[in-house]
Design a protein around this ligand. Sequence first.
Ligand code: ADP
Ligand code: MG
Length: 247
Amino acid sequence: VTPDPYILKLDGITVDFDGFKAIDNFSMTLERGQLRVLIGPNGAGKSTLCDTIIGRVQSAAGTVTFNGADITNLPEFEIVRRGICRKFQTPGVLPSLTVRDNLLVSARRDRRWWKGLGHGAKREEAEKVEALLDKIGLTERAETFARDLAHGEKQWLEIGMVVATGAELLLLDEPTAGMGPNETSKTAKLIHSLLGDHAVLVIDHDMAFVEELGAKVTVMHQGKFLKQGSVADVRADPEVAAVYLGR
Ligand code: ADP
Ligand code: MG
């Protein structure tokens, strides 16, 4: 049997807010360990789609399949337990803990740790945290309280926290919000370093960042699937250009 290449399958997702279809029969797939960028004008339904995947918003129709299992409308804690983690637009770090302790707290939520919390687990945990500090470029800031970090550093810490949970699928909603070009570029490199071990769905509308990520792009408009392809493909597409006019 060939293993299912898809970590995530969305099939006909529909979200209805009192008669307003925020998501309308939306389908897409994401392969294991791969990166996908979801773009679309403001109000397209991107954040709502993330809410639906993670179980915070109910889908009125269609299915969400994760790792071959139907997870449609399961409670959020159950979906998180199965290995999906979401980073919100605003950083959700714990301000009065150090950078290292923020990662440690998240690592303790890693479902794989519950099995082996005995001798050695602590050391393994610490090694994992040090490796993550290095990955997110905050080793020198390990002892800094999260509240004292610069905006970009907070965003990287939060990506680190999402990774520390051990999730296989990371949903990053506008990870570069409020960042300058340098920080944006660092964020793209960080996301690339996570692939393989993690599949990542990034939502963003900063085209310079999308360009730098260089991944397959899915375009959403008024809750519907509009287009999918390389950055160059979607950029050259007249329909995509049309929905972005007036922004
Ligand atoms: P995006 O993230 O692409 O900018 P959103 O998913 O935030 O778009 O919103 C999609 C649409 O759904 C918008 O028109 C928004 O106003 C609407 N919306 C989002 N959340 C709710 C809600 N809880 N109740 C009613 N309408 C909502
Ligand atoms: Mg949004």
